[in-house]
Design a protein around this ligand. Structure first.
Ligand code: DX5
Ligand code: ZN
Length: 218
C-alpha cells in the first residue's frame, strides 16, 4: 500500500513571496510541490511556465510534481524535466500519449496521466501499464478554489481496482477542491496522493492541515 502524500498546489500561494511560501509549506510538512502549468489553450487560464517552475525547484527540498494543462505536452515537457521529478500530461491533449510518456520516463522523470471530469476512466485504461501516476481531476482544470466533484470518486475507485487487477503500482492522485472532508473521501476511495491548494495555503494552521490530510482512517 502506498503511503499518503500531500502535494500542495503552488498556484494558491502568494507569488510575490514565492520562496518564502515554498519554504513555509515545506516546513509545514508538504511531501511534494504541485505545479500547475496552463497554456491558455488547453484550459481557459494562463498560469506560469518553465522559469517559474525552475525558481520553485531552486528552493524545493521535496519532489516537484508538474501538471501540464497544455495542448502540446509532447512539445513542452522537456522544458520542465530538469526541475521536475514527476510530469503529468492529459489524455485529452493533442499528442501521442504513449510516445510522450515514454520520452518523459527516458529523461529520468516519472510520468503521470490525467483526465478531465468529462472524460471517462476507460479513456486511460490502455495506458495504465505505462504510468507511474494516475491523476483524477476532481474539478474542471484551469482554476484553483473550485468545489470538489464527488462523482469523480468513481474514477478513483476504478483506478484502485484496475491497479490491483493488473498488478500495477501507479500512484492515484486527486486534484481540485481537496480539503479535510473531501480528502478523506478520496483516501477512502483509494487515492494516495492529494493535491490541495486553497485548503493548505489558506489554512490557519498549515502544519495541522497537512498532518490531518495525511491521516489514513483506522
Ligand atoms: C486546477 C489545478 C489544481 C488547483 C487545485 O486546474 O490543477 O491543482 O490548483 O486548487 P484547489 O485545491 O484550490 O482546488
Ligand atoms: Zn493540478
Amino acid at each position: 500500500m502506498h503511503s499518503i502524500l500531500i502535494a500542495p498546489s503552488v498556484l494558491a500561494c502568494d507569488f510575490g513571496r514565492l520562496h518564502d511560501e515554498i519554504q513555509r509549506v515545506q516546513t509545514a510538512g508538504a511531501d511534494w510541490l504541485h505545479l500547475d502549468v496552463m497554456d491558455g489553450h488547453f484550459v481557459d487560464n494562463i498560469s506560469f511556465g518553465p522559469a517559474f517552475v525552475d525558481a520553485t525547484a531552486a528552493v524545493a527540498t521535496v519532489p516537484v510534481d508538474t501538471h501540464l494543462m497544455v495542448s502540446r505536452p509532447d512539445h513542452y515537457w522537456p522544458r520542465f524535466s530538469k526541475s521536475s521529478q514527476n510530469i503529468t500530461i492529459h489524455v485529452e491533449a493533442d499528442c501521442d500519449v504513449s510516445d510522450t510518456l515514454r520520452a518523459i520516463r527516458s529523461a529520468g522523470c516519472t510520468a503521470g496521466l490525467s483526465l478531465r471530469p468529462g472524460t471517462p476512466f476507460s479513456a486511460i485504461e490502455r495506458f495504465l501499464p505505462e504510468l507511474d501516476l494516475v491523476l483524477v481531476m476532481t474539478v474542471e482544470p484551469g482554476f484553483g478554489g473550485q468545489s470538489f466533484q464527488a462523482a469523480m470518486l468513481e474514477k478513483v475507485r476504478a483506478a484502485f481496482a484496475a491497479r490491483a487487477r493488473l498488478g500495477l503500482s501507479y500512484r492515484i492522485e486527486v486534484d481540485g477542491g481537496v480539503n479535510l472532508e473531501t480528502g478523506l473521501q478520496c483516501v477512502l476511495a483509494g487515492a494516495d496522493t492529494l493535491v490541495a491548494g486553497t485548503s493548505v495555503f489558506r489554512a490557519p494552521d498549515m502544519s495541522e492541515t497537512i498532518l490531518r490530510l495525511r491521516q489514513r482512517p483506522a
